[in-house]
Design a protein around this ligand. Structure first.
Ligand SMILES: C[S@@+](CC[C@H](N)C(=O)[O-])C[C@H]1O[C@@H](n2cnc3c(N)ncnc32)[C@H](O)[C@@H]1O
Length: 352
C-alpha cells in the first residue's frame, strides 16, 4: 500500500467540503498538503502517525480538521511571524500559495508546536447553530406559554447556552435584543416561527471534555478550529466568548447519558428543554440508544404543568453534510421536523 494513501484521499474530500462550506482558503491549503504528501514533502514527517490509518478512522478522529487547524493555530499567535503575515486577513486578498510556502517552512522551524497541536481532538463550538435552534426554542415557548429551562449536552465551551442573549437577523426572523453584542445573521427560507418573547430561568450544560474559556490556551485552541478566511464566524465567536465569560459560564465535565439521567427532570411552572447540536454522531451506538431511552423516560414524567422537549440540530445518519432540526414534545411525545439547515447555521429552511 502507498504511504498516506487514505490521508491524501481524506484531505481531498475535506478540501472539497471546505470549499462548498465557504472556505476557499482551507480548500486550497488542504489540496496543497495532500499534494505535498504525495510528493514526499515535509508534511510526511509531520503527519507520519497517520501514514497507514484507514479512512474511517481518520474521519472518526477528526484528522483532516486537525491537519488544517494546526497551521491556523500557529498563525494565530506571534511565534511564527512569516506564517502569521501570510495568513488570511480581513480586507486583504487571499493568497493560498504564499500561505502554503510559509506553512511548509514552519514545518521545519516550528515542528514541535505543530505536532503537539495534532495530539488533541478538534473541539468546536459554532455560535451560528443557535440560529437553527432558535425556532425550536420559540415553538416550545409559544406552545407552552411557560418560561424555559435549557439543558445542553455536548455543549463544548457553552457558548450556545446563551442563545437567548443573541440578536438574530435571519430574513423574516428578527429576534432578541437589538443591542446584543452577539449577532447571528443567516439566510432563512420559509415562514417565521412564532416570534414570542422568551424567559430562560435556568441553563446548564455538560460536555465529556469541556473547553475552559478562562484558560487562554484552551481559548486559542477553540478559535483555531474556525476556518481562517471565515472572519464573520471568528468575530461572532469572540463576542460569544466575552458574553459567556461575563456570565460566568460553566460546562460540567460529564458524559451526556449520565448527566441527562441525573440532572434533567421536568419541573412545574417551566418548560424543560434538552438540546444538542452536531453531537449525536460522536456517540457510540450503545450510548445513542441509552440516551434516547433516557430522554423518553424523562419525557414520560412530563405533565401539562411540567412539559419537556427534546430539540436537536443534527445530521441524519445517512448524510452528515446536511442538518435537520427536530423537536419532540411531551406529554405525548409528538415528533416534528422543524427545519433543515447548513451545518454551521449559515442558512435555515423552516418547515415548522
Ligand atoms: C462537534 S462538537 C459540537 C459542540 C457544540 N454542540 C456546537 O454545536 O458547537 C461535539 C461535542 O460533543 C462532545 N461530546 C462527544 N461525546 C460526548 C459525550 N458522550 N458526552 C458529552 N459530550 C460529548 C464533544 O466533546 C464536543 O464538544
Amino acid at each position: 500500500m502507498t504511504a498516506f494513501v487514505h490521508l491524501i484521499r481524506a484531505l481531498r474530500i475535506q478540501a472539497e467540503i471546505c470549499g462548498q462550506m465557504g472556505s476557499p482558503f482551507n480548500e486550497g491549503l488542504l489540496e496543497r498538503i495532500a499534494f505535498d504528501l504525495e510528493a514526499g514533502g515535509p508534511s510526511c514527517r509531520l503527519f507520519e502517525r497517520w501514514e497507514a490509518t484507514a479512512l474511517r478512522q481518520l474521519a472518526d478522529d477528526g484528522v483532516m480538521i486537525r491537519v488544517a487547524n494546526t497551521f491556523n493555530h500557529l498563525a494565530m499567535g506571534g511565534e511564527a511571524e512569516a506564517l502569521s503575515a501570510a495568513w488570511p486577513r480581513p480586507g486583504a486578498p487571499l493568497d493560498v500559495d504564499a500561505a502554503w510556502v510559509a506553512a511548509r517552512a514552519a514545518i521545519r522551524t516550528h515542528f514541535e508546536a505543530l505536532s503537539t497541536f495534532l495530539d488533541h481532538e478538534p473541539q468546536t463550538n459554532e455560535v451560528r447553530r443557535a440560529g437553527g435552534l432558535l425556532g425550536g426554542f420559540l415553538t416550545v415557548a409559544a406552545e407552552t406559554g411557560l418560561p424555559l429551562r435549557c439543558f445542553e449536552i455536548g455543549a463544548s465551551a457553552g457558548l450556545n447556552l446563551y442563545w437567548d442573549r443573541f440578536r438574530y437577523e435571519m430574513g423574516p426572523v428578527t429576534w432578541g435584543d437589538p443591542a446584543a453584542t452577539v449577532r447571528v445573521d443567516a439566510d432563512w427560507q420559509g415562514a417565521a416561527p412564532p416570534l414570542v418573547p422568551v424567559e430562560v430561568i435556568e441553563r446548564a450544560g455538560c460536555d465529556r471534555r469541556p473547553t475552559d474559556l478562562t484558560d487562554p490556551v484552551q481559548r486559542r485552541r477553540l478559535l483555531a478550529c474556525i476556518w481562517p478566511d471565515m472572519f464573520d464566524r471568528l468575530a461572532r465567536s469572540r463576542c460569544a466568548i466575552d458574553l459567556a465569560l461575563a456570565e460566568g459560564v460553566t460546562v460540567e465535565a460529564a458524559d451526556a447519558l449520565d448527566w441527562a439521567r441525573s440532572r434533567v427532570r421536568p419541573q412545574a411552572g417551566a418548560a424543560t428543554v434538552l438540546f444538542h447540536s452536531v453531537f449525536w454522531q460522536y456517540l457510540p451506538q450503545a450510548t445513542q440508544k441509552g440516551l434516547a431511552a433516557a430522554i423518553a423516560e424523562i419525557g414520560a414524567s412530563a405533565t401539562p404543568q411540567a412539559p419537556f422537549a427534546w430539540l436537536r440540530f443534527e445530521p441524519p445518519p445517512t448524510n452528515l453534510r446536511i442538518i435537520e432540526v427536530w423537536l419532540t414534545s411531551w406529554p405525548g411525545g409528538a415528533e416534528r421536523r422543524l427545519a433543515t439547515a447548513h451545518p454551521h447555521g449559515a442558512s435555515t429552511i423552516w418547515l415548522g
